[in-house]
Ligand binder design. Sequence first.
Ligand code: FAD
Length: 448
Amino acid sequence: MRPVVVIGAGPQGLAAAAHLIERGLEPLVLEAGDGPAASVADWGHVRLFSGWSELVDGAAQRLLEPTGWKAPTAAADGTQYPTGSEWIESYLAPLAQELGERVRYGSRVVGVARKGRDLSVDAGRDSEPLVVQLRRGDGAEARVEASAVIDASGTWTTPNPAGAEGLPALGETAARETGVVATRIPNADEAQSLAGKHIVVVGNGHSAATAITALADVAKREPETHVSWVLRRGTVGNTFGGGAADELPERGALGQRAGRAVRHGDVEMVTAFRTERIELVDGRAALTAEDGRTLEPADQVYVLTGFRPDLTFLTEVRLDLDLRLQAPAKVATEVDPNEHSCGSVRATGAADLAHPESNFYIVGAKSYGRAPTFLALTGYEQVRSVVAEIAGDREAAARVDLVLPDTGVCGGAGDFDAPAGSQLSGACCAPAPAQPQSVELGLSPAAR
Ligand SMILES: Cc1cc2nc3c(=O)[nH]c(=O)nc-3n(C[C@H](O)[C@H](O)[C@H](O)COP(=O)(O)OP(=O)(O)OC[C@H]3O[C@@H](n4cnc5c(N)ncnc54)[C@H](O)[C@@H]3O)c2cc1C
């Protein structure tokens, strides 16, 4: 029996493997990093805004429980919100360990194709297996034949640049090589090491808000620290998130903390700044916008402008991708910030994730393409449905039981230059509830 190849041992790839085992299918998980959830490990110091009950997949839980593993309910700080590192330590690493040899580390997928056929050939596409080409850490290359491929490689490894039009700003690539421009989220120690310096954060999202709150704490303690928060859009708009209207309270609170730092003067907002050029000046980085404004040179720049999917290894498979988001077309209609001004998005399953290339699926964070609103819960429902489809259980594949929480935010990347005061530039179209509402999250028992 040919394995189902899963690309990436992140939360979604590992969950897919658990579902495959439950269905009697053989997974082979190929992971570029040296350990489980290598991308989550990169931001391991960041506290998630999802609680434990939203972070564990049902099939993974059923696989783990017979080993004596207990589903975590509390984080080390006593809340229900673990850090990325705790997510790995208490759940993802034990899951990867249970999967054993089915997970291969140091195995970067560099190509997927239909056996013996390039993209242009029609004949045999439905009868021949898929072929996955991988490169190991020592440079050796290998190929694996697969009955199906589930691409769960995420988007963390392909961050967007600072350049306003999606291209690196002039000089940005060279500045990144020196380290003065980085795409990571600073932890508390790194933020503290920048006390008294000028730090620029470029971007409008949860990662940027996380960096801003860490740096604002330093600026509060050491007021000579100068933190500039650079936005491409003309108004602050929904930069501070949905607040009380966000049905994930910790996600709402994160934006509110960043907003308070701005109101208290710990952080300076720079709006309508479309970065065109980054010049190195005595080891510091000076950002210049399209309109000619130049910021005071920064000792450190964090570019946190979101992510995009890596499609370089998918050139030989026939994909149905949305032009704007580079997400599976039917998923994009659900999550496109140009279309969706308010409210929650519908959960997506195998029918939404199918491509003209049979038995090939993109799931997890990568299935949202450039849209920023992916949640682990979304992915767990996707992999349940996709694996049911691969196993031939059409009824289970078609069933979608998950209701996703509302962000409480209007618009996204698509409204970056909406005029001040327009509906799309506001935090939320719907009036915020006077009291936080109780919302049931998670998969229904039938879906788990
Ligand atoms: C700072 C931050 C905070 C977040 N907080 C939350 C939260 O609170 N709640 C929530 O639900 N979601 C949150 N998310 C979204 C989060 O990323 C996802 O829920 C989850 O990590 C997505 O899992 P994934 O498996 O799809 O992708 P990833 O976690 O990105 O995993 C992809 C894996 O694929 C591997 N890989 C990449 N390319 C290749 C290749 N070519 N070959 C082989 N392997 C490859 C990577 O090394 C990685 O291990 C957050 C994201 C960030 C960045």
